[in-house]
Design a protein around this ligand. Structure first.
Ligand code: NAG
Ligand code: NAG
Ligand code: NAG
Length: 554
C-alpha cells in the first residue's frame, strides 16, 4: 500500500524530491514512521522530522529518519526476510520433488502389487493347489522386491536365486517324485544341480537381468528425488553472513532511511548483492544440473524396451512359463538328478503328489507372452513425461535464484536506469555485474566475501549430489552400488535410504546424516497420499512469480 502511494505521489508531483539537499527544510518522517510501525516495530525513539545521519553505520550518511537502533532493527529484519524467502523458495522446490516422489512411488508400488495379484489370479486359475501350497514362496519374492525398491539391503540376485531354488525343491517334492522320501541333504544336492541342469530353462537368467535392471533404475530414481529434496532443504537453511546482512539492509531498507522509499534498486546493483550472498549456493549448479540430467536419462530408460511396466507385469507369466518348462522336462531332469545325487529311498506309502502331476497345465492354453495394455503403456509415458518436465524446470534453480529474488525489486526497464537506488542515492549504478559462484565474487563491490572459505554445509551437499549422480549412472548400466567409497563420504556417518525397513548392514550409502532425516523419510510409507503433484504444486516459474509478489509487498 505504502509503495503504491509513494509511486503515485512520484508520478503526479512535478517537482522531484531531492533528499540530498541539505539546505532544504527538515522534512517530516511520517512516511518512515508509517512504514516502520507497519512492520510491527514500536515508534518509541523514531524521530518526527529528519535528523543528521552521522550515526548510521550501514546506510549512507546524510539527513535521515533512521536512528542507530532502527538501522539495526531493520538490518535484522532484512536478514530474516531474506532467509525466509530463500527457505520459502526451497520449500516450493522440495514440495515439487516430494510430489514427484509420491507420484512415482504410487505408480511403481501399484505396478508391483498388480503384478503380484495377477500371479495369484493366474495360478489360482491354472495351478491352484500348487499355488496354495507354495504361496509363501511367491509372497516372499514380491516382499523382497518391494523391500529392495524401498532401499533395504536386499541382495536381488540372491533373492531371485533363492526363489528358484525353493520353487524347484517344492515342485520336485510335489510332482516329480511322490514315491520317494527326500531328505534335506538330498534336496540340497538337487538345488546344487540347478546351475548345470537348468530345470527352468532360460527363464531365471533372463528374468534376473530384466528385473534387476528395472528395480535398480526405479530404486535409484526415487532415491535421486529424495536426495535432491534433502539437499535443497539443507542448503536453503544456510544462514546469511553478517556481511550479507549489511548488503541486504543497504539494498532493501536504506532507501527508506534515506527518504527514497519509493525508489527501487538498480538492476545490476541488486544482482551484485544477490550473487554475492548466494555465491555458495550457485556453486551447486554444476552438480545439480548433472544430477537432474542423469535422472532424466534414468526416467527415459523406464520406457526403453523392455519398458519397466512390461518387465514387472511379465513376472507371473515368466514364472508360469518356467514351471511348465520344468514339468515338460521332469523325466529328463529327474534322471539327471539321480545320476548326480543318487536314487533316493522309496517311501512306504503314496503321497498326494501324483494328483498334482495329472493336473499339468497345457502349454498351448497359456500365452507366454505378456501383452501390455495400451492404457498401461500410456500411464508410464505420462508418468515419465510429467516427472521429466518438472525436473527440467528445476535444472537452473541455483543460478536463477539471485535473478529471481531481484526481478521484483529492481527498477523496471532501462528508462529508469538513472532513477534507481544504487546503494548511495537515486542515480545510475555504474559497476559491473559479477559472475556466478564463489570464485567470481573476488571483486564483488557490494559484498565482502572471503572466497577461500566456502560454506561447508553447501560443500557437503555438493558431494551428496555427486554421489547420487554416480549411483544413477551405475543404475543406467544396470548396476547397483551398495557400497560407497568411504573417502567420498564427507559427512561421515550415513544412514541409508531405509524407509522404515531395517538395513543394519550393507545399506546403500546415500549419506544423509541421521539427526534430521526422520521428517523427510516419513513420506514413502504414506501411501494414502496420492501423487497428484502436477496440480497442487506450482512450477518453479510460478514459484518465482509468487516470490516476486512477496517482495513487492515491501
Ligand atoms: C535545495 O533546496 C533549496 C530550497 O528548497 C533550493 O533553493 C535549492 O536549489 C536546492 N538545491 C539543490 C541542489 O537541489
Ligand atoms: C539483531 O540481531 C542480533 C543477532 O541476532 C541480536 O544480537 C540483536 O539484539 C538484534 N538487534 C535488534 C535491535 O533486534
Ligand atoms: C501393495 O501391497 C503391499 C503389500 O501387500 C501393501 O502393503 C500396500 O498397501 C499395497 N500398495 C498399494 C498402493 O496398493
Amino acid at each position: 500500500m505504502d509503495f503504491l502511494q509513494a509511486l503515485l505521489f512520484l508520478c503526479l508531483s512535478a517537482i522531484p524530491l531531492s533528499a540530498d539537499n541539505a539546505s532544504s527544510k527538515a522534512r517530516s518522517c511520517s512516511d518512515v514512521r508509517q512504514f516502520y510501525s507497519g512492520k510491527g516495530f514500536t515508534l518509541n525513539g523514531v524521530p518526527q522530522t529528519e535528523i543528521s545521519g552521522e550515526h548510521l553505520r550501514i546506510c549512507p550518511q546524510g539527513y535521515t529518519c533512521c536512528t542507530s537502533a532502527m538501522e539495526e532493527t531493520l538490518s535484522n529484519l532484512s536478514r530474516r526476510e531474506f532467509e525466509g524467502l530463500v527457505r520459502e523458495a526451497g520449500r516450493s522446490l522440495q514440495a515439487s520433488l516430494n510430489a514427484q516422489y509420491r507420484s512415482f512411488d504410487t505408480y511403481f508400488t501399484d505396478l508391483l502389487n498388480s503384478s503380484e495379484r495377477s500371479l495369484q489370479e493366474s495360478f489360482l486359475a491354472k495351478l491352484s493347489s500348487l499355488y496354495s501350497k507354495n504361496a509363501p514362496v511367491f509372497q516372499d519374492l514380491y516382499t523382497d522386491l518391494r523391500r529392495y525398491y524401498r532401499g533395504s539391503a536386499v541382495n536381488l540376485e540372491e533373492t531371485l536365486n533363492d526363489f528358484w531354488a525353493r520353487l524347484l525343491e517344492r515342485l520336485f517334492k510335489a510332482s516329480a517324485l511322490p514315491q520317494y522320501t527326500l531328505t534335506d541333504d538330498y534336496l540340497e544336492c538337487v538345488a546344487k544341480q540347478t546351475e548345470t541342469l537348468r530345470p527352468f530353462g532360460d527363464v531365471p537368467r533372463d528374468l534376473k537381468s530384466k528385473v534387476t535392471r528395472a528395480l535398480v533404475a526405479a530404486r535409484s530414481f526415487v532415491q535421486g528425488l529424495t536426495v535432491s529434496g534433502e539437499v535443497v532443504r539443507k542448503v536453503s537453511q544456510v544462514p546469511l553472513s553478517p556481511e550479507c546482512t549489511r548488503a541486504m539492509m543497504k539494498l532493501v531498507y536504506c532507501p527508506h532511511c534515506r527518504g527514497l522509499a519509493s525508489v527501487k534498486p538498480c538492476a545490476n546493483y541488486c544482482r551484485n548483492v544477490m550473487k554475492g550472498c548466494l555465491a555458495n549456493q550457485a556453486d551447486l549448479d554444476t552438480e545439480w544440473q548433472n544430477l537432474i540430467d542423469t535422472m532424466l536419462q534414468v526416467a527415459s530408460s523406464f520406457s526403453s524396451d523392455p519398458s519397466v511396466d512390461v518387465v514387472i507385469y511379465s513376472i507371473p507369466l515368466r514364472i508360469l512359463g518356467a514351471i511348465l518348462y520344468m514339468q515338460e522336462n521332469t523325466e529328463v531332469f529327474t534322471s539327471k538328478v539321480f545320476q548326480a545325487c543318487g536314487t533316493p529311498r522309496v517311501a512306504g506309502t503314496q503321497s498326494s503328489g501324483s494328483e498334482e502331476r495329472k493336473k499339468r497345465v497345457n502349454p498351448a492354453g497359456t500365452t507366454m507372452e505378456y501383452k501390455p495394455s495400451p492404457t498401461a503403456g500410456a500411464q508410464l509415458e505420462m508418468q515419465i513425461s510429467d516427472v521429466s518436465s518438472k525436473l527440467r524446470e528445476m535444472q537452473q534453480y541455483w543460478v536463477q535464484l539471485p535473478a529471481a529474488l531481484c526481478s521484483s525489486k529492481v527498477a523496471a526497464g532501462a528508462a529508469s536506469d538513472d532513477k534507481c537506488w544504487n546503494g548511495m542515492t537515486k542515480a545510475r549504478y555504474l559497476l559491473e555485474v559479477m559472475g556466478d559462484g564463489l570464485a567470481s565474487q573476488i571483486n564483488n563491490p557490494e559484498v565482502d566475501i572471503d572466497i577461500t572459505k566456502p560454506d561447508m554445509t553447501i560443500r557437503q551437499q555438493i558431494m551428496q549430489l555427486k554421489i547420487m549422480t554416480n549411483r544413477l549412472r551405475n543404475a543406467l548400466n544396470g548396476n547397483d552400488v551398495d557400497f560407497q567409497d568411504a573417502s567420498d563420504d564427507v559427512s561421515g556417518s550415513g544412514s541409508g535410504m531405509c524407509t522404515g525397513e531395517s538395513c543394519a548392514h550393507n545399506g546403500p550409502r546415500v549419506i544423509v546424516p541421521k539427526a534430521d532425516s526422520t521428517r523427510y523419510y516419513n513420506h514413502p510409507e504414506n501411501k494414502k497420499v496420492k501423487g497428484t503433484g502436477t496440480q497442487t504444486h506450482p512450477s518453479i516459474l510460478l514459484l518465482l512469480l509468487s516470490l516476486a509478489t512477496l517482495l513487492r509487498r515491501r
